[in-house]
Write a new protein. Structure first.
Length: 256
């Protein structure tokens, strides 16, 4: 137990694995976790050099695992390399995700499967792989999944994404029901509309961009920094009795 309530937010001595660590929200979470004291492992299908440099700038510790998260055969290697990097993984942050914009009438099975594979199925099986380890050593762990506003709403021209992110909330609840008794906290964060690659097309569409901005009570797009308080909270001892919940960080979008 921490000495003061503020100490409960420290990640000192912990190791966090973040997927999609090379850019955007995942990169931000890597830096935030390093600042909070954690060893960080970034999983990405391309170089995490920029993330590594940002972490070095705050004197953090970082290792990279190169893996394509649309291929389930990478899971055992990720677990082995992650355990070899810093000993034990304590925090799994399932961030990697893709979006494909297309009229529902035109969606192909290939595109549907691509989105469901990374956003939904990989979240479950990577969580399963680490939870199996944690249930064996009985030391617990934290899983944080990235949901979306489209976990709660249907969205426009992104049906596979809405399906996958709605599933993330269901997976978060289902795993919490089974694993909370093993000291494994499973929660999710639902970011609102954040300025990253994920929303580049949306932001470059003047009409959609204006429609979205005018509906955000906070009056601005979110930034990766906006997510970090919630990311640290859900990875830390401060959230020990928070289970199966999806926390919106959305500038008030869902309140409207
Ligand atoms: P982003 O910049 O596009 O980041 C997505 C990350 O996922 C990238 O690192 C990407 O790698 C990685 N990724 C995708 N497919 C992968 C694969 N097969 N193997 C390994 N890595 C893969 O967008 P972001 O906004 O930071 O997105 C992060 C998460 O937040 C996603 O789950 C997204 O759906 C979610 N989200 C974003 C928003 C928003 O407004 N930005 C809102 C709600 C939820 P590459 O760079 O190699 O593609």
């Amino acid at each position: 137990m921490a000495n003061s309530y503020l100490d409960m937010f420290s990640l000192e001595g912990k190791t966090a694995l973040v997927t999609g660590a090379n850019t955007g929200l995942g990169q931000g979470v890597c830096v935030a976790y390093a600042q909070a004291g954690a060893n960080v492992i970034g999983v990405a299908r391309r170089s995490c050099q920029e993330t590594a440099e940002k972490i070095a700038a705050v004197s953090g510790r970082f290792e990279e695992i190169r893996a394509d998260l649309s291929d389930f055969s990478v899971i055992p290697r990720i677990v082995t390399e992650a355990n070899a990097a810093f000993g034990r993984v304590d925090i799994l942050f399932n961030n990697a995700g893709i979006i494909k914009r297309c009229d529902a009438a035109e969606v192909t099975e290939e595109d549907w499967d691509a989105v469901i594979t990374v956003n939904q199925k990989m979240v479950f099986f990577l969580s399963q792989a680490f939870a199996r380890e944690w249930m064996q050593d009985q030391k617990g762990g934290k899983i944080i999944n990235i949901a979306s506003m489209l976990s709660f709403q249907g969205g426009i021209r992104v049906p596979s994404y809405a399906a996958s992110k709605s599933a993330v909330v269901g997976i978060t609840r289902a795993l919490a029901n089974e694993w909370s008794g093993h000291h494994i906290n499973v929660n999710a964060i639902a970011p609102g509309y954040m300025a990253t690659n994920n929303t580049a097309n949306l932001r470059s569409d003047d009409q959609r961009s204006e429609e979205i901005l005018s509906r955000i009570p906070a009056g601005r797009w979110g930034t990766p920094e906006d997510l970090m308080g919630a990311a640290i909270f859900l990875a830390s001892e401060a959230s020990s009795y928070v289970n199966g919940f999806t926390l919106a960080v959305d500038g008030g979008w869902l309140a409207r």
